[in-house]
Design a binder for this molecule. Structure first.
Ligand code: ADP
Length: 271
């Protein structure tokens, strides 16, 4: 299903829906979960479309989206809030999770690296039937407004928040797995997002897939849809394809001279 609608439709899509090319039944699963306020675990490699998917769903559901970019040292205070000194006074400032709980928004915890224990502790009572957020420092408990939904994304390739979630909490999440799109869909996405012709997009996608399929690859990351779009946008800005690929894909994937040279040879063979 292609969602790039400019007019209202039966599902509530409105003016300037984000462009999202669905891969499977993720839209239906998310919509059903959202109706119930069920938390969602979104799994998939970096740059495969997880954020765009959540943006699209928030837009279609008419919900505010509050995104928190995960980082290793994220503490519960980063999510919940803290006291700050303002003009000589100590004032409480809500964190993004607290704002989402109050506003009935979707709170998207983007690429949560192995969450620290104190982070998962605040998630537990929000994810289960209680739907509440204890604000220990204020001595209160907030009940999530209708519409509040927790969405956590991670890359199962190198991290798993799952092992830190209590089994009973984990069982309350709905999991949606996204992966890089099929060749035709990815070509359409790269052409659309980068503003390039289909033939050039197809070449980029062919290359991206060849890199992903490398046997015994020494690369920590693979060529993502995001990288291919970036290469395409350089072409749209007037750069030749080979140079664009070198700058946006090859050099980004590795610092190792040998690997960069081998990737360059692959690019020459595929493009
Ligand atoms: P992630 O959150 O998984 O790291 P993003 O959602 O940021 O990845 O995807 C990177 C870019 O790829 C997006 O900005 C968008 O341009 C494009 N993209 C990826 N998948 C899709 C898709 N299914 N439909 C439309 N655009 C997509």
């Amino acid at each position: 299903m292609l969602i790039a609608d400019r007019s209202p439709d039966a599902a509530g899509a409105s003016v300037l829906d984000p462009f999202y090319r669905a891969a499977g039944n993720e839209v239906e699963v998310f919509t059903a979960a959202a109706r119930r306020g069920t938390p969602v675990l979104l799994k998939g490699p970096t740059g495969c479309g997880k954020t765009r998917f959540v943006e699209t769903m928030a837009h279609r559901l008419g919900r505010e989206l509050i995104t928190v970019a995960g980082h290793e040292d994220m503490t519960s205070a980063d999510l919940v809030g803290r006291f700050l000194l303002k003009g000589g006074e100590t004032v409480w400032v809500d964190g993004p999770l607290t704002r989402a709980v109050r506003a009935g928004a979707i709170c998207y915890l983007d690429e949560i690296v192995e969450a620290r224990q104190d982070t998962t502790v605040v998630i537990h009572p929000l994810a289960d039937h209680r739907r509440e957020l204890p604000l220990d420092r204020l001595g209160t408990i907030l009940h999530a407004a209708p519409g509040f939904q927790l969405v956590i994304s991670y890359n199962p390739g190198y991290q798993s928040i799952l092992k830190n979630l209590k089994e009973s909490t984990r069982q309350r999440f709905v999991a949606i797995t996204l992966d890089f799109p099929g060749a035709d869909a990815e070509t359409e996405i790269v052409a659309h997002e980068a503003g390039i012709d289909t033939a050039t997009a197809r070449s980029l996608v062919g290359l991206g897939r060849a890199i992903r399929n490398l046997d015994g690859s020494p690369l920590g990351e693979v060529s993502s849809t995001r990288m291919l779009i970036l290469a395409g946008s350089l072409v749209a800005a007037g750069l030749d394809l080979r140079t664009a690929v070198q700058s946006a894909v090859v050099e980004v994937l590795s610092d190792d001279d040998e690997v960069v040279r081998a990737l360059g040879e692959l690019v020459d063979a595929v493009l």
